[in-house]
Design a protein around this ligand. Structure first.
Ligand SMILES: Nc1ncnc2c1ncn2[C@@H]1O[C@H](COP(=O)(O)OP(=O)(O)OP(=O)(O)O)[C@@H](O)[C@H]1O
Ligand SMILES: [Mg+2]
Length: 252
């Protein structure tokens, strides 16, 4: 047994001859928060898609809790305890905040079978705890479709937390947020450390600073650098891969 939660060895993803992931290796310890950055097209989203089983690996291995999950279906991988929040909103817009969390907390993932039925006490408690964690208690009875953009994102993160995964993959959770919402998102993600392991993809360096977590930089489908925020900021090779892009592009 190794201590690592996730180990990715020499992963390759081939889209009809284009290697979007080209020899990526990566290790995560349980309970850590890791930031994944890299220029547009570096392969960050594809990397998460492959971990969760949505995009097949051409070669390489993905081990989760020391078990090979490389060829498992997305359904099976979610069942093992990995959950991914996508860039597109996944809330059910006609239900309230509390109802969305209750559905996500269902142990039976075929939640539509249970729609409208009473929630078992343990799952109700779980949904309540998440409501507090994402600080939406006073918005519990608001229809999700009417939430502000930031609130919708927190609800979605809450829905991921409610499934109690060991590993959360968050792809650009601050997209479209202002500075205050971004800061609150950083606090929320930091509060997950320990109980959950989290990979956060983001371009916003202010947000990355606030997370104050180790950073992995991807470039052209593979690992470029790993280190503290300060070390990555000072790294000439990292700067070079972002070169030619304006500051605005890098923050977009
Ligand atoms: N289904 C696909 N078929 C072909 N090429 C793809 C597919 N999905 C992604 N790509 C390509 O793979 C590369 C990596 O894309 P990916 O979306 O993983 O990058 P990213 O690092 O998430 O970028 P961004 O920062 O813009 O979100 C890009 O060149 C993209 O065009
Ligand atoms: Mg992406």
């Amino acid at each position: 047994m190794s201590a690592a939660l996730l180990q990715v060895h020499d992963l390759v993803v081939d889209f009809s001859g284009f290697k979007a992931i080209n020899g990526m290796s990566f290790t995560l310890q349980p309970g850590e928060i890791r930031v994944l950055i890299g220029p547009n097209g570096a392969g960050k989203s594809t990397f998460c898609d492959t971990i969760i089983g949505r995009v097949p690996a051409a070669s390489g291995r993905i081990l989760f809790k020391d078990q090979d999950i490389t060829r498992l279906s997305e359904h099976a991988i979610v069942g093992r305890g990995i959950c991914r929040k996508f860039q597109a909103p996944g809330v059910l817009p006609s239900l309230t905040v509390a109802e969305n969390l209750a559905i996500a907390a269902r142990q039976d993932r075929r939640w539509w079978r249970n729609l409208g039925r009473a929630l078992p006490a343990a799952e109700r408690a779980q949904a309540e705890a998440v409501l507090e964690q994402v600080r939406l208690v006073d918005r519990r009875d608001v229809i999700a479709g009417e939430l502000a953009h930031g609130e919708k994102q927190w609800l979605e993160i809450g829905m991921v937390i409610a499934t109690d995964p060991d590993l959360l993959l968050l792809d650009e959770p601050t997209a479209g947020m202002g500075p205050a919402e971004t800061a609150r998102t950083a606090d929320l993600i930091k509060s997950l450390a320990g109980r959950h392991t989290v990979v956060v993809i983001d371009h916003d360096m202010a947000f990355v600073e606030q997370l104050a977590a180790p950073v992995t930089v991807m470039h052209q489908g593979k690992l470029l650098k790993e280190g503290s925020v300060a070390a990555i900021r000072a790294d000439a090779e990292v700067a070079a891969v972002y070169l030619g892009r304006t500051k605005h592009d890098a923050a977009a």
